[in-house]
Design a protein around this ligand. Structure first.
Ligand SMILES: Nc1ncnc2c1ncn2[C@@H]1O[C@H](COP(=O)(O)OP(=O)(O)OP(=O)(O)O)[C@@H](O)[C@H]1O
Length: 431
């Protein structure tokens, strides 16, 4: 394909900002001033931590929702409704169970009001493209997950889109199936005459991104911003095992971990007189404990990406566990390595009761726990209603979803026997 910088811009966003109301009425900024172009004949992958707004951005680009502020332009024309020429493929296959493969594909063509022959032609063409010949009359329950996703891709292609938008399309299928779907999709894109001309895909998987993308847009979270855009000039067809491919994976790993696990934590550069309320990574205490124990029994250190694989977690989930363990001073993260601290080593070897004591001591080093614990202590009867705690969490961490923060806060506080939560009376109280 020609260098995409020479190619015309198909779609662009200008200062797109998205805010959502939270249950307590506060607004949270999910996307902050996102401006970028999508050019003809390129594959763009969006990658970044969970919740940084990638899916929201994709929906805004497709015209499925209007941003709070900012604009989307299709070939220079400002869009106020659905963006023309877009096909969508979602993570969950979203097939109609009562329809056959053919009927599922046909269903997306209904709004186009095409002639019967044209519908049949398009359905048989895309069925051939995605390799589903012979399964036209099968029902979703009769085919594998990989084949269901092929139907999903066929539906996206049947509308003959200029732009194909995919939201984690391969995350629900096994690794081998994902690999063959990616290869087939890149082949289809390479051979298709402008349908689709370009693909925009959300992904969590760095190897997938390096395999697929010409440009990799790395998002940061809270609020979602474009951290950097990486050009990927590896020649196609790409091979996951070549040194160039692996070097690109490493390069991207480094960019993402440097973003996600800064060597200087934000708390260290602020003035000590102001308490810093750090968001709680959405992970359970048991995940953090298991991870620290795992590191303890595997040499006390490891590469984050290797660990994600060994520990059986998505990279973005492992990053959250690592962040939590680092906040509690169980590990350090020089570059992409995670290394147990002396406290982490001791913690990994302790029995559960001793771990709970250390856990309590460590969460009380975090301003959020110190503050809420002191407020519960000072309250009448030594207890507060869950809504009151949630409201305080929302005030102290205005960019976070208070329900999720509350769930994590209570989970951590319970493990350390710092606070109890009674679901029947909705009371958070001292242990
Ligand atoms: N309609 C909505 N109302 C309120 N909050 C929303 C809405 N849609 C999304 N959010 C919030 O916006 C944030 C970004 O969501 P989004 O799904 O776009 O992130 P993402 O980067 O795609 O995450 P993931 O990788 O986990 O899928 C999340 O905190 C989510 O809870």
């Amino acid at each position: 394909m020609e260098d995409s910088v020479q190619q015309p811009v198909l779609l662009s966003s200008e200062n797109v900002t998205q805010r959502f109301p939270m249950p307590n009425g506060n607004m949270v900024t999910v996307l902050d001033n996102i401006s970028m172009d999508i050019r003809k004949a390129e594959i763009i992958c969006l990658i970044g931590p969970s919740g940084c707004g990638k899916s929201t951005f994709l929906r805004i680009l497709a015209g499925l929702m209007r941003p709070t502020s900012g604009k989307v332009f299709a070939r220079g024309k400002e869009m106020t409704g659905l963006t023309p020429g877009v096909g969508m493929v979602f993570q969950m296959f979203a097939l109609f169970p009562w329809m056959t493969v053919s009927e599922n594909i046909q269903s997306v063509l209904v709004p186009l009001q095409l002639q019967r022959e044209e519908v049949q032609h398009r359905v048989s063409t895309v069925i051939k493209m995605v390799g589903l010949e012979g399964f036209e009359e099968a029902y979703p329950r009769e085919i594998s997950g990989g084949m269901k996703q092929r139907v999903g891709i066929a539906r996206g292609l049947a509308v003959q889109p200029e732009l194909l938008f995919m939201d984690e399309p391969f995350s629900a299928v096994d690794a081998l199936t994902a690999e063959s779907l990616r290869t087939d999709l890149v082949d289809i894109w390479d051979e298709a005459e402008g349908q689709p001309a370009s693909i925009v895909m959300v992904s969590h998987d760095i190897k997938e991104v390096v395999y697929m993308a010409d440009r990799i847009v790395v998002f940061s979270a809270n609020p979602g911003r474009i951290r950097t855009i990486v050009q990927n000039k590896l020649a196609r067809p790409r091979d996951y095992r070549t040194p160039d491919f692996l070097a690109m994976v490493d390069y991207l790993h480094d960019i993402i971990t440097t973003n996600e696990l800064p060597d200087t934590p934000p708390a260290a550069v602020t003035t000590p007189s102001q308490p810093v309320f750090e968001p709680l990574p959405p992970v359970s205490s048991s995940d953090v404990v298991s991870f620290v124990e795992y590191l303890g029994s595997h040499g006390g250190q490891g590469d984050v990406f290797v660990l994600a694989h060994e520990f059986g977690k998505e990279f973005s989930d492992l990053i959250n566990i690592v962040k939590a363990a680092e906040m509690l001073d169980f590990i350090d993260t020089p570059k992409r390595r995670t290394v147990l601290t002396p406290l982490g080593h001791r913690f990994a070897d302790m029995g559960t009761e001793d771990q709970k004591v250390v856990w309590k001591q460590q969460i009380l080093t975090l301003s959020i726990f110190k503050t809420i614990h002191a407020e519960v202590q000072a309250s009448r009867n030594g207890s507060m209603l869950d809504d009151e705690v949630q409201d305080r969490l929302a005030e102290l961490l205005p960019n976070e979803n208070p329900e999720f923060t509350f769930a994590t806060f209570i989970n951590w506080a319970r493990f350390g026997n710092l606070l109890a939560f009674d679901e029947d009376s909705d009371e958070v109280s001292l242990q």
